[in-house]
Ligand binder design. Structure first.
Ligand SMILES: [Cu+2]
Length: 511
């Protein structure tokens, strides 16, 4: 697509969506709904949005994401990752997806603080994938380590690198300063192709840096990668007019690639669930019927103790580390994504099947975490003299903008000095949520105005750092940013990946 065509497309697209934004109830159009057997109820287009129930029957047993084969030599860990097309079974349908090493979800990589992870990366996506609606090469890709506190330069988390079909690269990540006890993830990060590639299967794999505390080792632990998709003619539905504004949300919602899996647990057991919202635009308002969720870790590592909540909002890219004290009584308990804001959907994600011999596991009273200690120090810091940076998410003629500048034409550039602290005030103009994601350095949320009050209260009080935080419509997030260890050029952006692709990105230069 020529540049002029593309701008025209975006302009028209914005006009089309401005009047009827969310008429399709969170991205599920009537046509899509009719093609889906799981859809419980759909309101007529003209009516006020009512809650849509997506409640597929229980599928098979829960399965962990596959593990990445790794070779260790001292503190050096090596693995191979290639991107390729592969047929993946989604609820009985063979779907040709873009994958990492042929897997969906991607394989889990496990490392320790102090390791050097070497990834021999090769792009085997076929050139024949052509171009996407924005005019970008669909087969061009790279690797981003979302959440890792590693260098943004050279061979590390350098998202300015791009690889065409057949090209290879040796990534190398020094994990000397990456906190243990954190779950991050890898996914592609080429401007203009991210949403399309994630939608088509490259939604990533988990990056686990091992705990540095013994207090959690006795708990059975599972990873839950939540990802949505819509199938059209047995393939991921193509992008449509308006998806780049609205954010593409599928109505088949999977946990580790499975629709409504069933996880078994014993009555009275404590299990650990490490949950990632790997959807590109869908919010997950997580709850487990009949259970409290004990939050023990955020995006960037462990907290100092469990924090009990009823439900937890997760925007695209956010992770939560949870303990669940399983019911003493046997039964089947559903895990839901509850309705949130502009997306009035009630989705069954998984069932926890409680059965067998009763045990009496205990929650830990406290958790040893240097990450939490650091966060407590940051909470007590005198912030009055810090450099204050104001940022705005907005749309300009249908293109995504940061501080009223569109990345594609004239990006907003913010420059910081390494080993300093800054106060970032991030606002979302208009009627949409925009999850803010900054690379390399996690920050401490000081306050959130607007949106879900429980989310605001939680993240502005607990001793945990965030690399992805939702900025509610018309609201503001204030974050204390420690800028540590690494210089180089990277980005911050909206993690509704379609918004990122249409320019809602700023450049961050750290000198
Ligand atoms: Cu956005």
């Amino acid at each position: 697509m020529r540049e002029l065509d593309r701008r025209e497309f975006l302009k028209t697209s914005a006009l089309a969506t401005a009047g009827g934004l969310f008429y399709a109830y969170g991205g599920v159009s009537e046509a899509e709904a009719q093609s889906d057997g799981h859809m419980g109820h759909m309101s007529p287009r003209t009516a006020k949005p009512e809650a849509v129930i997506i409640d597929p029957p229980p599928g098979g047993a829960y399965i962990e994401p596959p593990e990445m084969p790794l070779t260790r030599n001292g503190n050096e860990l090596s693995c191979l990752i290639d991107t390729r097309m592969n047929d993946i079974d989604i609820a009985g349908t063979k779907v040709n997806l873009m994958t990492y090493n042929g897997h969906f979800p991607g394989q889990t990589i496990r490392a320790k603080r102090g390791d050097i992870l070497k990834v021999h990366f090769k792009n085997n996506l076929p050139k024949s994938l052509g171009k996407n609606m924005l005019g970008h090469d669909r087969s061009e890709t790279n690797l981003h380590t979302h959440g890792w506190h590693v260098s943004p330069s050279g061979k590390a988390d350098n998202i300015l690198l791009a690889f065409h079909t057949g090209e290879e690269h040796h990534y190398e990540y020094d994990l000397s300063h990456q906190a243990g006890g954190a779950m991050s993830y890898y996914h592609p990060h080429i401007h203009g192709t991210v949403a399309d590639q994630v939608w088509n299967g490259l939604s990533g794999g988990a990056l686990i840096v091992e705990d540095e505390t013994p207090e959690l080792s006795q708990y059975e632990t599972h990873i839950l990668m939540i990802k949505d998709i819509t199938l059209h003619n047995n393939q991921p539905a193509p992008y449509k007019f308006g998806d780049y504004h609205r954010g593409k949300k599928g109505h088949t919602i999977m946990v580790n690639g499975l629709v409504h899996p069933v996880m078994s647990a014993k009555p009275g057991q404590v299990i650990r669930l490490r949950v990632l919202n790997a959807c590109q635009a869908r919010f997950i308002h997580l709850s487990l019927d009949g259970h409290q969720l004990q939050l023990i870790g955020t995006d960037s590592g462990l907290l100092d103790k469990p924090y009990s909540v009823n439900r937890l909002l997760m925007s695209s890219g956010e992770r939560v580390d949870l303990l669940v004290k399983v019911s003493d009584k046997p039964g089947a308990f559903k895990m839901y994504a509850l309705p949130y804001g502009n997306m009035p959907q009630m989705v069954t994600l998984m069932t926890l099947d409680v059965k067998g011999t009763k045990v009496n596991d205990q929650l830990p009273a406290k958790i040893t975490s240097w990450r939490a200690e650091e966060a407590i120090k940051l909470r007590n810091m005198d912030i009055r003299k810090l450099k204050k940076v104001e940022m705005y998410f907005s749309f300009i003629e249908g293109e995504g903008a940061m501080n009223f500048k569109v990345f594609d034409h004239e990006p907003y550039i913010h420059t910081s000095k390494v080993d300093t602290y800054e106060l970032w005030v991030i606002k979302a103009e208009g009627a949409m949520d925009h999850p803010f994601h900054q690379h390399v350095n996690p920050g401490l949320v000081l306050s959130i105005t607007g949106g879900d009050p429980d989310y605001a209260r939680l993240y502005s009080t607990i001793p945990g750092l965030k690399d992805t935080i939702n900025v509610p419509p018309g609201g503001t997030v204030t974050m204390l940013m420690p800028i540590r260890h690494y210089t180089g050029t990277t980005v911050f952006h909206c993690h509704i990946l379609e918004h990122e692709d249409i320019g809602m990105v700023g450049i961050w230069k750290i000198e």
